[in-house]
Design a protein around this ligand. Structure first.
Ligand code: ASP
Length: 417
C-alpha cells in the first residue's frame, strides 16, 4: 500500500478509536491517552530532530548554488513576492467570510455570554500577557540572533534561516579547496537528512494514528458545538484558499494541473494535518515536491525551508478570522482602519510565527492587544484550536509547495509534466 493510503487509513481508524475510547480509558491499568501521547511524541520528535540540520544544510547549499550563478536576487525576489501575495489573499478570504457569517454574533447579540469564556489555563496567560505591538518588533529583532547556537536550541527558526542565508551566500564568495570542502560537506549533510526523513516516514501511519486518536479522545465532538459557526467559517475560508485560490494560481501562472499536484503532495499534507507543525513536516514536504512533483533541488532547497517559517497562508487567515470573531463576540464594531491594521499585523506575525503546534495563539494575542481586546478571549477558541491548527498547517504546507512549483516554472523547469 502507498504511504499516503496508509496514513489516510490511520487517520480514519484514529477518529473511530478516539471516539470510542474517550480521555480516561485504561487498558490493563495503562492510560490509553498517555500511550497515544508517547507514541505520537516519539514520531514528532523524530521529525523535529531533523529540522535544524535540514534547514541549515538545505538553505546553505541552495543559496550557495544560486549565489555562484548570480540567480539569488531573482529567485529570492520572486519567492518573497509569492509569499506576501498568497498570504494577503488568504487573509482577505478570511476577512470576507468572517464579515459575511459573523460567527461572533448569535441571534443579533454579541455571543460572549452565550459562549461563556472558557477558563484560561495559567500558562497561557503567562505566555500571552503583555503582548503588544512591541512584540512585533521583537519578532524581527530575533531575526538577527545574538547567538546562533541558542537560536537553534530554542527553535528560533527565523534567526537560523538568516544565518544560513548569509553563510550560503558568502560560501559562494570564497574559492579553492576550502570552498569545495564546504560544498561537499553541506551537500552530504543534506543528503543524509533526506534519507533519514524517508526512514522516519515509514513510521508515519503509527505516529499519525497516535497523534490524531489523542486529539479526538480528549477533545471529543462536544467541544465544537458552541463554536460551530466559527469553526465552519475557518474551515470554509481555508478550503476556498486551498481549493480555489492556490489551484487557480497553479493553473494560470504555472500552467500545471492542480490535481496532479494534490496527488504528489498527499503524504506531506496528511503529515502536516496530523502533526500540526509545518517545521516538522518540512522534510516530508521537500521529498514530495522533489520526488513527487519533480521540482529541482535548486529551487526546493531555497523555497521550502524558507516557506516553512515565513509563508503561512492558513495561519494568517486564521489569525484574522479569530481576532475578528473575538471582536464580534465582545460586541465591538471595528472600523475599516482597525480591520486594515488587523490585516497588516496578521500578515507580519504569520511571517514571524514558528511552524509548531498552536503557534498562532501568541500571534492572535498580539492582534487582540493591538486593538485593545482582553487577552483572555483567546481562551474562547482554545476548545477548537487543535483541529483548526491541523487544517491550517496543511494549508500552510500546501501553499509552500505551490510556491516551489511556480518558482520552478518561472525558472524554466517543467514540474508535474
Ligand atoms: N501550527 C502552524 C504551523 O506549524 C502554526 C500555527 O498556525 O499555529 O504551520
Amino acid at each position: 500500500m502507498k504511504l499516503h493510503w496508509q496514513i489516510l487509513l490511520a487517520l480514519v481508524l484514529a477518529v473511530a478509536v478516539g471516539l470510542v475510547t474517550g480521555p480516561d480509558t485504561r487498558l490493563f491499568g495503562l492510560s490509553l491517552t498517555a500511550a497515544y501521547q508517547f507514541v505520537g511524541s516519539l514520531f514528532m520528535n523524530g521529525l523535529r530532530m531533523l529540522i535544524v540540520p535540514l534547514i541549515m544544510s538545505s538553505i546553505i547549499t541552495g543559496v550557495a548554488g544560486l549565489g555562484a550563478r548570480g540567480d539569488l536576487g531573482r529567485l529570492g525576489g520572486r519567492t518573497l513576492l509569492y509569499y506576501m501575495t498568497t498570504s494577503l489573499l488568504a487573509i482577505l478570504v478570511g476577512l470576507g467570510l468572517v464579515d459575511l457569517f459573523q460567527p461572533g454574533i448569535v441571534g443579533g447579540q454579541p455571543a460572549r455570554e452565550a459562549l461563556g469564556l472558557a477558563p484560561v489555563p495559567a500558562d497561557l496567560v503567562a505566555r500571552v500577557q503583555g503582548k503588544g505591538t512591541g512584540d512585533l518588533v521583537a519578532i524581527f529583532l530575533r531575526m538577527v540572533p545574538v547567538n546562533i547556537v541558542s537560536a537553534a536550541a530554542q527553535g528560533q527558526m527565523l534567526g537560523l534561516i538568516f544565518f544560513s542565508l548569509l553563510f550560503g551566500y558568502f560560501m559562494s564568495r570564497i574559492e579553492g579547496e576550502p570552498a569545495r570542502t564546504l560544498h561537499a560537506f553541506w551537500e552530504g549533510v543534506f543528503g543524509v537528512m533526506m534519507c533519514m526523513t524517508e526512514w522516519i516516514m515509514r513510521f508515519a501511519p503509527l505516529g499519525v494514528f497516535a497523534l490524531v486518536t489523542r486529539v479526538v479522545a480528549t477533545t471529543g465532538l462536544g467541544a465544537f458545538r458552541p463554536l460551530l459557526v466559527f469553526f465552519v467559517t475557518v474551515l470554509l475560508a481555508l478550503a476556498v484558499h486551498a481549493l480555489v485560490v492556490l489551484p487557480a494560481l497553479l493553473r494560470l501562472l504555472g500552467r500545471v494541473d492542480p490535481r496532479r499536484h494534490y496527488r504528489a503532495m498527499a503524504p506531506a499534507l496528511l503529515t502536516a494535518f496530523s502533526t500540526a507543525s509545518s517545521s516538522a513536516t518540512l522534510p516530508v514536504t521537500m521529498e514530495c515536491v522533489e520526488r513527487g512533483a519533480g521540482v529541482s533541488n535548486r529551487v526546493t532547497s531555497f523555497v521550502l525551508p524558507l516557506g516553512a517559517t515565513v509563508n503561512m497562508d492558513g495561519t494568517a487567515l486564521y489569525e484574522c478570522v479569530a481576532a475578528l470573531f473575538i471582536a464580534q463576540a465582545y460586541g465591538l464594531h471595528l472600523s475599516f482602519a482597525t480591520q486594515f491594521s488587523v490585516v497588516v499585523i496578521a500578515l507580519l506575525t504569520s511571517i514571524g510565527v514558528a511552524g509548531i503546534p498552536a503557534a498562532s495563539l501568541v500571534a492572535i494575542s498580539v492582534i487582540l492587544g493591538s486593538i485593545g481586546l482582553p487577552l483572555e478571549a483567546v481562551g474562547l477558541i482554545l476548545a477548537v484550536d487543535r483541529v483548526l491548527d491541523m487544517c491550517r498547517t496543511a494549508v500552510n504546507v500546501f501553499s509552500d509547495s505551490c510556491g516551489a512549483v511556480l518558482m520552478a516554472r518561472l525558472e524554466g523547469e517543467r514540474p508535474l509534466a
